[in-house]
Design a protein around this ligand. Structure first.
Ligand SMILES: Cc1cc2nc3c(=O)[nH]c(=O)nc-3n(C[C@H](O)[C@H](O)[C@H](O)COP(=O)(O)OP(=O)(O)OC[C@H]3O[C@@H](n4cnc5c(N)ncnc54)[C@H](O)[C@@H]3O)c2cc1C
Length: 483
């Protein structure tokens, strides 16, 4: 596939030109799809370095490589779009930690998710419906993702999707209590669902819990060797091998700057899109974009550490990701408060420890730590101490290991990437309505001819998977063919 166009792909549009604004994973997958169709494609990125939400850097001390945003990638390794690219040939190497996930409790016990469904069922006290459904869904993972990760249409496998929907549409709190007989099982499911940044009592909040839990069984929760920048570098290298070009350090301020294009794909959230296109947009479309609901913000801390985290429960050292927040009720409260405008006193913390499994991430014997929690959108609360207290709670002695730290508040996130409005890192709230209609009912299409949205603010939403970019590019190709 390398360097070539797939047969049958829009030969009539070979001399066309496209621009992609933004080099996040969706911008790059959109660019790859256009380049694979023979369209002369340029990616324009405001930052000096490409990647958007998949970017790594020495944030603290020399030799400590931190993931600025995404760190763990079940959605990337499980993405049918990325699976169709030869990313291994372009330098991407996945590392699977022995355990995808651990969730310690104050008792010293920990819930763990293993690759094996049976082992996980036994460890978490999962009831029979979980075992049966998880086995079936994990086996049918590629069929299920094929249904879930495309824009909403008549399903090709209605029974499979219906079975999934029956569970996904429930609240995570209800599903956790129903499916697990142990405190650790309930806490694990709540933690999985908390990645959606939605209140866990709301309908549909179980969906992300199911998807991430199933992904752990079906494809694992891997980290890329060298950090998430390596996903970006592999995508960009493949894109360039197809003849595409990338321009960095250039912020597009108006669509007028790109007048000679047949298509412009915007890896932008609604607010940034409005900034560059407002005067051209019909007022009602602009209003719809303005009313797109944002999710909570993120507050993140990265650490350079003098040693591995001293987890009280030793199994936590086998897991790439550790969820810190206590039991089900604690996680529910922590995820509800940001929606009520309150920064939690004891926040649910997502913690990742990549250097335990990838020696390229820190000098010998030293480690990096990555953690964030949800806060109200635009919050100015400093959560550094509260996050560190949560790590200390399950790993006494952690704070003594800190050599240096870097903190990213919601405002810092927005400065780093204009898409992260108020620190919302998922491209908009994942409410039931916005999971389907993102950011408007027109999805990728805008009222402007040849201009499309392709960021995580379009279906299927947040995460490093490139699927939003793929669908937008396919739509652009079809419409270019017609014009
Ligand atoms: C703290 C954090 C943790 C996360 N953890 C994970 C994780 O572990 N796993 C996971 O799968 N996902 C994770 N995510 C989410 C994931 O990173 C995003 O959902 C994903 O990057 C979205 O990709 P995108 O291509 O839509 O947009 P982005 O990655 O946001 O890329 C958009 C790009 O457009 C550029 N841009 C914006 N405006 C302009 C302009 N006017 N001109 C030119 N360029 C512009 C930006 O600089 C950026 O590079 C995390 C995100 C954050 C912030």
């Amino acid at each position: 596939m390398k360097g070539g166009c797939r047969r049958g792909d829009v030969s009539s549009v070979k001399t066309k030109r496209a621009y992609v604004i933004g080099s996040g994973p969706n911008g790059l997958s959109a660019a790859i799809e256009l380049a694979r169709a023979g369209i002369h494609t340029t990616v324009i990125e405001t930052q000096a370095v490409i990647g958007g939400g998949a970017h790594s850097a020495e944030l603290t001390l020399p030799g400590f490589i931190h993931d600025v945003c995404s760190a763990v990638h079940p959605l990337a390794i499980g993405s049918p779009v990325f699976q169709s690219y030869p990313l291994g040939e372009h330098g991407l190497h996945w590392i699977q930690p022995p355990l995808p996930l651990a969730h310690p409790l104050d008792s010293g016990d920990a819930g763990v998710v293993e690759r094996s469904v049976d082992a996980t069922v036994a460890r978490l006290g999962a009831r029979e419906p979980y075992r049966r459904l998880a086995k079936g869904f994990a086996r049918d993972w590629s069929l299920l993702t094929d249904e879930l990760l495309k824009p909403f249409k008549v399903p090709r496998r209605p029974l499979l999707l219906g079975r999934f929907g029956l569970h996904a549409l429930r609240s995570a709190s209800w599903e956790a209590r129903k499916l697990f007989s142990t405190r650790r099982g309930q806490a694990v499911f709540a933690g999985l669902a908390a990645h959606s940044a939605r209140p866990l009592e709301s309908p549909g909040s179980a969906a992300v819990g199911w998807v991430l839990g199933l992904a752990a069984h079906a494809v694992g929760w891997p980290i890329p060797r060298g950090g998430s920048q390596q996903i970006t570098n592999a995508l960009a290298s493949y894109f360039q091998s197809l003849g595409g070009s990338v321009v960095t350090g250039t912020r597009v301020r108006s669509l007028d700057e790109l007048q000679n294009a047949d298509a412009v794909l915007c890896d932008l959230g609604p607010r940034e899109f409005l900034r560059i296109a407002r005067e051209k947009l019909p007022a009602d479309f602009a209003r719809k974009l303005e009313s797109f609901k944002l999710g909570p913000g993120a507050f993140k801390v990265d650490w350079a550490l003098s040693g591995p985290v001293p987890w009280r429960n030793r199994e936590c050292a086998q897991a790439g990701t550790v969820h810190l927040g206590g039991g089900l009720e604690d996680v529910i409260e922590s995820e509800r408060l940001p929606w009520e405008g309150v920064a939690a006193r004891r926040p649910f913390v997502l913690f990742v420890q990549p250097s335990l499994f990838d020696e390229t991430r820190a000098p010998p014997g030293k480690h990096v730590g990555w953690a964030y929690c949800h806060v109200p959108n635009g919050s100015t609360s400093d959560m550094t101490e509260r996050i560190e207290e949560q790590v200390e709670r399950f790993a006494p002695g952690f704070q003594k290991l800190i050599l240096a730290r870097q903190v990213l508040s919601p405002a810092d996130f927005e400065r780093y990437n204009p898409n992260y409005t108020g620190g919302d890192i998922l491209g908009g709230a994942q409410t039931l309505r916005q999971m389907v209609f993102r950011p408007t009912r027109s999805l990728y299409r805008t009222p402007l001819k040849g201009v499309y949205l392709c960021s995580a603010s379009t279906p299927p939403g947040g995460g490093v998977h490139g699927i939003c970019g793929y669908h937008a590019a396919k739509l652009a190709q079809v419409e270019m063919e017609k014009s």
